[in-house]
Design a protein around this ligand. Structure first.
Ligand code: MN
Length: 213
């Protein structure tokens, strides 16, 4: 298997001309106790799966049938009459990217090339984590916080609802889902606890490093 990164991971969502629910990269209890099996099974099996089902219905018989998620996301971004297709395609992509952004026994420190880029941009890995957490906590309502590569510089971004840095041609390195369905069963309203615990225990710096390309 080739190294899974931002350039190739989304092909697991496609089989023939249909979108499919790509396998989770770990068991649904593998992220406990930070994210419970209960949360993960609803989040993956219900929420993520519904975006796949809706996307298949919406693209059937249209010019988008048979296109990749990235093609659909870029072609429909910002178009009011294509919002349904954009939202479902982007949410399929974002969720697959989120599962890969976490791993059992994650956290710790990134490896050398990525660590140097982070230190150049933020001063330290801790400062980067702090800015990442602030973006996740202050995203008003539903959305996503991101570690991105903007040009040659590592940066933090946040997006609302289904939106993604891809629409601005910015390269995602990691994401954190801050829709309530991502944490409410385990943390209720305590989004900061969910975010900070993920960054300490689950964040997958190896995936971020692979995404540098
Ligand atoms: Mn979600």
């Amino acid at each position: 298997m080739t190294n899974v990164n931002v350039d190739n991971f989304s092909s697991a969502a496609q089989s023939d001309s249909q979108f499919v629910l790509a396998p989770l990269p770990y068991a649904d209890n593998a992220l406990e106790p930070v994210i419970s099996a209960n949360t993960l099974s609803f989040h993956y099996g219900k929420h993520h799966n519904t975006y796949v089902t809706n996307l298949n219905k919406l693209v059937e018989g249209t010019e988008f049938a048979g296109q990749s998620l990235e093609q659909i996301i870029k072609a429909t971004a910002g178009q009011a009459d294509k919002a349904g297709i954009f939202n479902n395609a982007a949410q399929v992509w974002n969720h697959m990217f989120y599962w890969l952004s976490l791993k059992p026994n994650g956290g710790g420190e990134p490896s050398a090339p990525l660590k140097q880029k982070i230190e150049a941009a933020f001063g330290s890995v801790d400062a980067c984590k702090k800015e990442f957490a602030t973006a996740a906590v202050t995203q008003f309502g539903s959305g996503w916080a991101w570690l991105v590569l903007d040009g040659d510089k590592v940066a933090i971004a946040k997006t609302s609802n289904a939106d993604s840095p891809l629409t601005k041609n910015i390269r995602p390195l990691l994401t954190i889902d801050v829709w309530e369905h991502a944490y409410y069963l385990d943390y209720q309203n305590r989004r900061p606890d969910y975010v900070n615990t993920i960054l300490d225990k689950l964040i997958n710096w190896d995936f971020a490093a692979a995404n540098l390309g």
